[in-house]
Design a protein around this ligand. Sequence first.
Ligand SMILES: [Zn+2]
Length: 146
Amino acid sequence: MKEGITTARRYHDISCGHRVYGHESKCAHLHGHNYRIHFEIQGELDSVGRVLDFSVIKSLLCMWLEDYWDHKFLVWENDPWAETLLRLDPTGTVVVPFNPTAENMAEYLVMVVGPARLLGSGYKLVKCEIEETRKCSAGFSRGPVL
Ligand SMILES: [Zn+2]
């Protein structure tokens, strides 16, 4: 039994719009960020000595961001503007089951996207940190799983 936990990390940059429903000030407006999204994976080492190859993190998680969130507009399904935004831009609007704060986006990636994309593998997405700006970030962690 090892005394420590091995992790592998990779980040990916996307541009994405959102509005935070119920926000007290400017985040209630339609706006966007150049998000930097950090993924952290835990798992057993393979025969080569890796949690998993960095290119696999890219193909499974970074490319999910490219396909589903990059250059899209995230809006909460309970936001009263959701229907209108979807009508204006059906392919560019992504209706999500959470108010799209960085905190909720990180939790969704760890709890929904990670398990779906890494299903059946020997490793897990355990943490996601989302920088909305270079100064502000939020994250979600499911804690040690091994
Ligand atoms: Zn914002």
